[in-house]
Structures are given as structure tokens and as C-alpha cells.
Design a protein around this ligand. Structure first.
Ligand SMILES: [Zn+2]
Length: 216
């Protein structure tokens, strides 16, 4: 049995601060969320990156955003193979049970996952190649898109293009889930692909019909 340490003091203090202010001031609202359950309007799939602060950008209240984060905001294709699929499970729950109205993929600049994928594709990251690299095998989802960026000479431009392609890939793969395709066709679910420039604070939206990203 592993012995776990107490929560660090700075986190205990922040928790106490939250309980005494934000929670105390909205206790009735929290109790209502607890008894009535959640009815989030949007699901957001973003990167784990600590600089991508979804609720800071969109200012969501408690109960409003159903958020799933993973390396490089990737959605795998629909694969009903009986294996462990965390991202697909989150998507399934949000769309079929919670019935969210909006499904948003949020990519970003300086993405470490996408950088790793690029290095892997260039043969510069042998540590990501083996079956024991969960990051490497996860980034295989994006790997086929390398062909489209391999001739971009400028390294930064190349990475930014592949980051956008990670968003594009996720949106494409979301449409392979039958329950998403169905609700989208009915008009009860909207899909969005966004890319955030962390340093500039600019947000771009993906439009599959044009095949490009436009400023929001
Ligand atoms: Zn990232």
C-alpha cells in the first residue's frame, strides 16, 4: 500500500479561500447543481497544456462547460474495439447523455505534443517510437498529417500548421462517431475547431468547407 502525503499547504490555503468566498457566496447554486445534476451547454476538448485556460477564455460558470483535456487535443477515430478509450468515452457521455449543444476542439500554439509528433516524424525522437511511449502512440493519431507539412522550411510555421491540423483531425474524427454525425445532421449539435495563439491571445476558427482557419 502506498502512503500519500498531505495536500501541499498552498493548495490547502487556496481551497480554504475558495470555500470561504466563491463557494459561500454561491452555496445555493452549488446545492442546486448537486441535486438537479449538470446540464452543460458545451463540451470542450483541449490540450492538457497549463497555458490553455478554457474557463478563463470563455468565462464559464460552474455547470456550464464539460471539459476533456488530453495531449494535443486529439480525438481518435470511432473504434468500437472493446479497448480503453478515455476521450471517446467523454465524447459519448457529453453527446448522448448530457446532450450538449456545442462540441468545441481547442488547439493552441507552442503545443508540446505536436512538437513531439513533428520530431517523431523527422526521426529525431526515438524515445517516442516504442510501444511503451503512451505519448508517441497517442500522437500516431496526428502522424498521417505530417505529409502535408513536411515541405514547410520554417520550423515555427511548420509547427503552427500541424497544430491546426491536429484540430482539423479531431473535427474529422468526431464525425466518424455515428451519434455525432446523427445529431449534427439533425441540427441539434454544432461542431467547432479553434486554434489559440497563446502569446497573442488570438483565436482562429476552422472552416472545413474552405479548408482554412479564420480569426474569430
Ligand atoms: Zn498542447
Amino acid at each position: 500500500m502506498h502512503r500519500l502525503k498531505p495536500l501541499p499547504a498552498f493548495l490547502q490555503q487556496r481551497y480554504q479561500g475558495w470555500k470561504a468566498t466563491s463557494y459561500a457566496e454561491n452555496a445555493a447554486w452549488y446545492k442546486r447543481l448537486a441535486t438537479e445534476g449538470q446540464r452543460p451547454r458545451c463540451m470542450v476538448i483541449s490540450c492538457c497544456d497549463s497555458r490553455v485556460h478554457v474557463t478563463s477564455i470563455f468565462g464559464a460558470d460552474q455547470g456550464e462547460f464539460f471539459i476533456h483535456r488530453n495531449i494535443a487535443n486529439l480525438v481518435p477515430p470511432y473504434e468500437p474495439d472493446g479497448d480503453h478509450h478515455g476521450t471517446s468515452a467523454a465524447v459519448e457521455y457529453a453527446v448522448t447523455v448530457l446532450q450538449v449543444a456545442h462540441l468545441i476542439v481547442l488547439g493552441h500554439s507552442q503545443c508540446g505534443g505536436v512538437k513531439g509528433c513533428l520530431e517523431m516524424c523527422k526521426g529525431l525522437a526515438p524515445e517516442l517510437e516504442g510501444p511503451d511511449s503512451f505519448v508517441g502512440r497517442w500522437m500516431d493519431i496526428l502522424r498521417p498529417k505530417y505529409d502535408a507539412v513536411k515541405d514547410i522550411a520554417d520550423a515555427e510555421a511548420q509547427q503552427r500548421m500541424l497544430e491546426r491540423m491536429a484540430v482539423q483531425t479531431s473535427v474529422e474524427n468526431l464525425f466518424t462517431f455515428p451519434f455525432i454525425e446523427k445529431r449534427h445532421a439533425e441540427g441539434s449539435l454544432s461542431l467547432h475547431g479553434l486554434w489559440l495563439d497563446i502569446g497573442e491571445g488570438t483565436l482562429e476558427a476552422y472552416q472545413p468547407v474552405m479548408g482554412e482557419f479564420q480569426p474569430v
